[in-house]
Write a protein that binds this ligand. Structure first.
Ligand SMILES: Nc1ncnc2c1ncn2[C@@H]1O[C@H](COP(=O)(O)OP(=O)(O)OP(=O)(O)O)[C@@H](O)[C@H]1O
Length: 351
């Protein structure tokens, strides 16, 4: 067993396996996660995502292999103690029905012996941040809330003890697509989460691409590829990885390529109108598209320029490096540069 170390990865998984009788559910999985990183476990139903996640906080004991959290083998810690330092959010939320929203959110800090005034302060701040105004929601009971509101309370509960690590199992799974997208957006904006090490399970590829620093794509309990969304999309390790993203390919490409990737294919445009939206080089092509059109490009299989209403004629790419406002691009320019950038990526693909 290694000793705790400040330089150790937040989570280190080595040769982790889980068998139920002859059934190998998780097979020889290894990865390291740096503090503050978000890893998404992605894969088809039954591939072992939840089992892998639950081995991180000892809800399931592995058949073989080790899990270290901050350099310490989790088997050296009492499961209850371990779980208090690791937030855990599941799809079913699991709010206690006879406790108010505030009481549900305050459960873990209460177990940890925090003072009532600290708990009240933190609960109030978190509910506010998660768009649940405490004056309206703190004294309500779970059954008085919508699914999306319950999900937010579940997230607040996981964050309230401020654990450095959060595990999320299909946290938005029970929600309709629109609520799901909006909560996902709030989730990305949440300062409390940005600092944390997050492992999130989903089978939704768009969700994975929006939230992950890295994705572990699993099939039959094995990691098929572990890398950045960009690596999985443009440098698939095998045919399974390539096929897994085929149906959503365009949407993922739009979310993966950024304006910085398009620069070599853009020419300096005419001056944009003063009200042209200004986007940073780090904006995705998808974001740029949303500024330029009124159409729902997120899920369309092909972009048909004629069917999209133009919202803004041009956007300005905002970067000091480029000379302020040097590039003012319209929709055809954006799409042409996107096409060229894609060709470059695909030419480099080895599969
Ligand atoms: N306690 C158990 N006993 C036997 N088999 C199990 C047990 N728990 C899970 N399994 C099997 O292990 C496999 C992986 O299950 P797991 O829940 O980890 O998959 P998953 O990728 O999270 O699936 P989903 O996306 O459908 O939730 C499945 O085939 C499941 O039937």
């Amino acid at each position: 067993m290694s000793s705790p170390s400040s330089t150790a990865p937040a989570i280190r998984v080595q040769n982790l396996s889980k068998h139920y009788g002859d059934l190998a559910v998780v097979q020889d999985v290894s990865f390291e996660l740096a503090a503050g990183e978000t890893l998404v476990l992605l894969g088809p139903s039954g591939c072992g995502k939840t089992t892998l996640l639950k081995m991180l906080n000892r809800l399931i004991e592995p058949s073989a292999g080790t899990v270290e959290v901050n350099g310490q083998d989790v088997r050296a810690q009492q499961p209850e103690q371990l779980r208090r330092g690791i937030g855990y959010v599941i799809q079913q939320v699991g709010l206690l029905p006879h406790y108010t929203v505030a009481e549900n959110v305050g459960i873990v800090p209460r177990l940890l012996g925090h003072t009532p005034s600290d708990i009240a302060q933190r609960t109030e701040a978190l509910l506010t941040r998660l768009h649940l105004p405490p004056e309206r929601f703190a004294n309500q009971y779970p059954q008085q809330l919508s699914g999306g509101q319950q999900q937010r309370v579940g997230l607040a509960r996981a964050l309230t003890a401020d654990p450095p690590i959060i595990l999320l199992d299909e946290p938005f799974g029970a929600l309709d697509p629109i609520t799901r997208a909006s909560i996902r957006h709030e989730f990305q904006e949440l300062e409390e989460l940005r600092r944390k090490t997050v492992v999130l399970v989903t089978h939704d590829v768009v969700e994975a691409f929006e939230l992950a620093d890295r994705i572990a794509l699993l099939d039959s309990g094995r990691v098929q590829q572990l890398g950045t969304p960009r690596e999985l999309l443009f440098q698939p390790a095998n045919d399974f990885v390539r096929r897994f993203f085929a149906a959503e390919r365009l949407g993922l490409q739009l979310r993966t390529l950024r304006l910085a990737d398009l620069l070599p294919f853009l020419s300096v445009g005419p001056v944009a109108p003063a009200d042209a939206p200004s986007l940073p080089l780090s904006a995705t092509v998808q974001e740029a598209l949303e500024y330029l059109t009124n159409g729902d490009t997120a899920h369309s299989a092909a972009i048909d320029l004629a069917t999209h209403n133009i919202k803004h004629q041009r956007i300005t790419i905002n970067s000091n490096d480029l000379g302020a406002g040097k590039y003012h691009i319209d929709l055809p320019q954006l799409m042409a540069a996107f096409g060229e950038a894609l060709q470059r990526e695909e030419a480099a693909c080895k599969l």
